[in-house]
Design a protein around this ligand. Sequence first.
Ligand code: 5GP
Ligand code: SF4
Ligand code: MG
Length: 462
Amino acid sequence: CGLFGIWGHPEASELTYIAMHSLQHRGQQGAGIVSSSGDYLFGARGMGLLTEALSKEQLDSLKPFPHAIGHTRYASSGGSELSNVQPFLFKSHKGDLALAHNGNLVNAMNLRRALEDQGAIFQTTSDSEVLAHLLRRERGGGEESFEGRKKRIKKVLKQVKGAFAFMIMHQDSLTVALDDHGVRPLMLGKKDGSYCVASETCAFTAIGAEYIRDIEAGEMITITDEGIDFDHYTDTTSPHMCSMEYIYFARADSEFRRTSTYRIRKELGRSLAEEMQGIDADIVIGVPDSSLAAAHGFSEASGIKQEQGLLKNRYVGRTFITPGQEARERAVRMKLSPVRDIVEGRRVIVIDDSIVRGTTSRFIVKALKKAGAKEVHMGVSSPPLKNPCYYGIDVSTHAEIIASTKSPEEIRDEIGADSLTYLSVDKMHDVYHSFGSKGQCDACFTGNYPIDIEEAILPQEK
Ligand code: 5GP
Ligand code: SF4
Ligand code: MG
């Protein structure tokens, strides 16, 4: 999911809308904005892409308010229906509360059952709603001081386990927090003197805000009219930023610790070239768009010319999340198309950033061969993806993941490539270290889950 929030700006909701547009790649199933007047919260949300989800009338109704948070939704847990679209907005005589979450809580089911047994009624099937109930339950009577509120939020954040970047909005404050493993990205920025937060720095670029810094694991930041308060909800942290954010998920112009994803992907591609030195080819092709950077790095390191041998129809949405295998195959066919006179008679290296189900590579190899490619060598700028993610990226069952049951040679055979090479786990980490990473999650590649997943595993999967 994509998060953006801004406090104390005369154009808060418009800026939020623009910022969310640049975070559209992080979620296409729904979008919403909640604004604060200082006294009350007002919300608007809808299904689909941002432009479909929110009408001009809805946006106009939020215009007068100086504080806003926005969310673009990618369903990694909970069904894709309107009730699950965030930010969630809760009204109570103790004050309004809005909540937006990126990530996945691994103990949400257990917390939810316990809350339900105590009488809570849930409106959604989303894992994120438990936080709202926990927050409400901790709220005592009377007025709440700034410190009192912080204490309450800290206490609740300590009860949830998993990957989370949270935005918690009250009428008079915006609190953002990142889990103790710092799995999902969260950035701090400033626009015309007003603080803002975003999942990725491309949102700051989109609204002309300054990128201040990355928010760290365990950090909790509260923004009010009085200013900004930096704190931690826990001191026991163990940074494990999601490797997939670099490999595939984030936008290429977004920066992490002041290094663009584009540059990181290029380095992953360079490292892959070292592992494919034995393979002779005439051209290298990246699968657009997310693998173009890796192909660029591969080309620079190997000296093999990069060509645009595959074209992407930009009007086809993300194929990966299309439900059903047949529909996914059709969508990939609609999306990617070979440039015949570029590939005809040539030995081609194709670079993709990842293989999950194998749908994309199976199609590409076939299409390139049909277009006359003499040889097709597949290079993957990440290690074999073998395990489900429980931290907010939607690769949820072993059954779907081709490398969980098949060896690279079996996968090569299945996709019909002349060779198949993955990047090694060590080389991947070398790249991240060279960019100052404080630690990476690689569980989908190695099975080493940094956050205990016992509670998150579905009974039928165990
Ligand atoms: P496959 O076609 O093998 O199932 O998936 C691999 C392709 O999907 C690659 O081109 C990669 O860029 C993309 N991909 C990998 N992981 C994800 C993901 O979590 N979400 C989406 N939307 N696409 C992904
Ligand atoms: Fe990212 Fe993979 Fe870890 Fe999930 S398991 S957080 S996709 S690195
Ligand atoms: Mg792709």
